[in-house]
Design a protein around this ligand. Structure first.
Ligand SMILES: *Cc1c(COP(=O)(O)O)cnc(C)c1O
Length: 378
């Protein structure tokens, strides 16, 4: 399936995205949800993988509800999910309903995820103008303390039987703060708060609580809609469990040069790494300008033919330096490629080594890689 294009031949590094793995991850999450519908969270350009490519694949797999963060992301996605075939997809905008954007939400058929009582009023008024109640979701804050109706706003809604009238409520949603730690008591506390808050709403509505990690907390967290993001893209749902998801991305870095460094010499900026033995160093074309974290200086790994090798010295803007002394000489040559990120050097492995999380790593992938989409399930 991987065709070596002229663009890659000329390029230094390539990012291959396997939409087939995204498909299988979606199916895996659907199995876990056991009949409860599964949305797709494709904010931040599908966590860096390309929302315009990921969303249609999820649609083909049966996904009908999509979440993005910003209004601009929603409009861009509506252009993708449109026409005769995919126009019934619902696109929800998590950042809420900003003032004076109401008509634009209607024009592009975007569902606002309403975060405050004030937004309800504006959306109801817009519905009156349109002559029909408009679709919206209601975000309830159960402990994240980031977005959604807080306790005080909840009192206002609970005390007024008309508070939610005039809107076509699709779902009440809330977001888990510590779902990646399955045994953390906060999970049960948020679930209980969600149940209590929903019971106080003047109208009943369907509900959605579980993100990727939440889906693996069991059916009590599933309600009427799963809302996974990172698991679709191969991120682990729980830090201390085996990752059941497939890694859809692979970054191949081109070897620019091989050199032998004598003992006592240093490698890279700052002279932070010193050779203890005669060392063969491969310089690979991927640097912090490509999203390769500088915190992986003398901490990252790359894979050559499935074998892990250490990144030594500082990460540069355009390259890293790798100790390949222990590999057979024939395995590494200028022009060859190493796995910078992929099935062996997984995003989680790399994120742990670099002091961050898979989410930040994926959304920070640079734009300099030649992008290449495949579908191994097709
Ligand atoms: C980002 C986000 C998700 C998806 O979370 P993952 O951990 O990536 O599965 C779900 N719901 C809300 C409100 C979000 O902001």
């Amino acid at each position: 399936m991987v065709t070596t294009t002229a663009a890659f031949d000329a390029a230094l590094s390539r990012l291959t995205i396997d939409l087939g793995a995204v498909r299988l991850n979606y199916r895996r999450l659907c199995r876990e949800l056991n009949g409860v519908p599964c949305a797709g969270v494709v904010k931040a350009d599908g966590y860096g993988l390309g929302a315009d490519r990921v969303a249609p694949v999820l649609y083909e797999e049966g996904c009908r509800t999509f979440f993005v963060a910003t209004f601009d992301e929603a409009v861009a996605l509506r252009h993708v999910l449109s026409g005769d075939t995919m126009a019934d997809a619902e696109i929800a905008c998590l950042n809420g309903l900003l003032a004076r954007t109401e008509a634009s939400f209607v024009e592009h058929r975007i569902t606002p995820v309403i975060n405050a009582v004030e937004q309800i009023g504006r959306w109801r008024d817009q519905g009156h103008k349109e002559g029909r109640p408009l679709p919206a979701m209601l975000h309830l804050d159960t402990g994240m303390n980031r977005l959604g109706l807080d306790g005080r706003e909840m009192e206002r809604v609970a005390a007024d039987p008309t508070a939610l009238e005039g809107v076509d409520w699709r779902y009440a949603i809330s977001h888990l703060a510590i779902a990646d730690e399955p045994d953390h008591p906060m999970n049960g506390q948020q679930l209980a708060r969600f149940t209590a808050m929903r019971a106080r709403l003047p109208v009943s509505m369907r509900a959605s609580l579980a993100n990727s990690s939440g889906i693996f907390l069991g059916s009590a967290f599933h309600h009427d809609l799963g809302r996974p993001g990172i698991a679709l893209y191969g991120g682990r749902p729980a830090a201390d469990r085996e990752n059941p998801m497939l890694c859809p991305i692979r970054i191949e870095g081109r070897i620019l040069q091989i050199r032998t460094v004598e003992p006592g010499w240093t490698v890279g900026y700052g002279g932070t790494w010193r050779a203890q033995r005669e060392t063969r160093i491969a310089t690979v074309a991927a640097g912090y300008a490509d999203g390769y974290l500088r915190s992986l200086s003398s901490a990252g790994r790359v894979a050559v033919g499935g074998r892990l090798c250490d990144v030594v010295g500082r990460v540069s803007m355009d390259s890293i330096t790798v100790d390949v002394t222990d590999l057979p000489e024939a395995a590494v040559a200028p022009g060859g490629v190493v796995e910078v990120l992929g099935p062996t050097v997984t995003p989680d492995l790399m994120a742990d080594a670099g002091g961050t999380i898979g989410y930040e790593l994926l959304t920070g992938l640079g734009s300099r890689y030649v992008r290449h989409y495949i579908d191994t399930s097709a």
